[in-house]
Design a protein around this ligand. Structure first.
Ligand code: ASP
Length: 339
């Protein structure tokens, strides 16, 4: 079998930093020289090219225009490469991986996000292992020549996780991400153990890309003591088409009359989605009266979606030019394995 060609798309973040000996400070690393720095990469892929964003960005500055740029680069280079590795800061990596999963349709090739907690040039860096394994996974093929992981995924801290199932859980540990509601797609040790049963399969259709994103979405995180003013401003903000309500436990919210009156009023004109604040588990609005009242008000269940995935899903569906009723119907479906 011929060796794969992999494109590394470097958007910014800690992984690409290297100490400049002349000034003793971190500066972005020139990824066009990646093979000189990490020659091991050629063990897994026949060709490795890189594409750097200009300017490089700290991922706290990521916005939907950057997601469109990432999707466009993948679309333009799709036929030239067997797999893609996106190097990205960790802070918003789960949002970006979620967004790309909804923007890229009929994926036959891996799009593997990774980054690191320490710069690739630091002595104890986690960046090198993350990068080498991400490239190995992006290049991996089945015996019939098809890609082993035709999904948007995050590789980090020895685990490959479906991108739209992840959340950043640690600002310090090398295991910075977790996929609380779906087991890893693969784990690395001496070998890479793929969990083929849950890896998505290519549907045989050509790549399609949706670039439309509508960002008129807000997030309301409820908490004891939340005031009517705050709830009103978020739920009924004139610029908002949809609100993700981060509720307690299985999707429960306060039963106070003022709260439910505002929810009912907002649900008449906007799309309201219920996502739990718990890192793991699912919304089940039939379990408690405090959840049932939300369902009766017209709030849509986000089931076990992460907030990151739900935000990206709403941007994508609202940007698709379909009616609110169609958006609501699609919200409850698993479009890319996010539910
Ligand atoms: N602030 C950095 C970023 O997200 C942290 C990192 O790279 O992990 O871009």
């Amino acid at each position: 079998m011929t060796k794969s060609a992999v494109l590394i798309i470097y958007t910014g973040g800690t992984i690409g930093m290297k100490t400049d000996p002349r000034v003793g400070a971190l500066r972005p690393f020139d990824f066009s020289q990646i093979l000189e720095e990490v020659p091991e990469l050629l063990k897994f892929a026949g060709t490795i090219d890189s594409y750097s964003f200009d300017p490089l960005i700290d991922s706290s500055d990521i916005d939907p225009a950057m997601w469109q740029k990432m999707a466009r680069v993948i679309q333009e280079k799709y036929d030239q490469y067997d797999g893609f590795v996106v190097l990205h800061g960790t802070d918003t990596m789960s949002y970006s991986a979620s967004a790309l999963s909804f923007m890229l349709h009929n994926l036959a090739k891996p799009v593997i996000f990774t980054g690191s907690q320490l710069p690739v040039g630091a002595p104890r860096t986690d960046g090198k292992e993350n990068l080498v394994s991400a490239v190995e996974i992006a290049a991996a093929k089945n015996p019939d020549g098809s890609a082993r992981v035709p999904e948007v995924a995050i590789y980090f801290g020895s685990k490959l996780m479906r991108g739209n199932r992840t959340t950043k859980v640690n600002a310090e540990s090398f295991e910075a991400f977790r996929s609380p509601n779906l087991e890893p797609l693969a784990e690395t040790g001496i070998n890479i153990r793929y969990n083929d049963a849950i890896i998505r399969k290519w549907n045989g259709k050509p790549l399609e890309v949706s670039l439309g994103l509508d960002t008129r979405v807000s997030i309301l995180k409820i908490h004891p003591g939340i005031t009517p003013q705050v709830v009103r401003n978020i739920l009924l903000g004139p610029e908002t088409r949809a609100v993700i309500i981060e509720t307690y436990g299985a999707g429960n919210a306060p039963s106070a009359a003022w709260f439910m009156d505002l929810v009912r009023e907002a649900a008449r004109e906007k799309i309201l989605v219920n996502v739990t604040q718990c890192p793991a588990g699912t919304v089940d609005m039939d379990l408690y009266a405090t959840g049932k009242q939300m369902k009766e008000a017209g709030v849509v269940s986000g089931f076990d979606s992460t907030t990151e995935a739900m935000l990206a899903k709403l941007f994508h569906l609202l940007g698709a030019g379909i009616s609110d009723a169609e958006v609501k119907a699609k919200l409850v479906l698993s479009l890319k394995g996010e539910v």
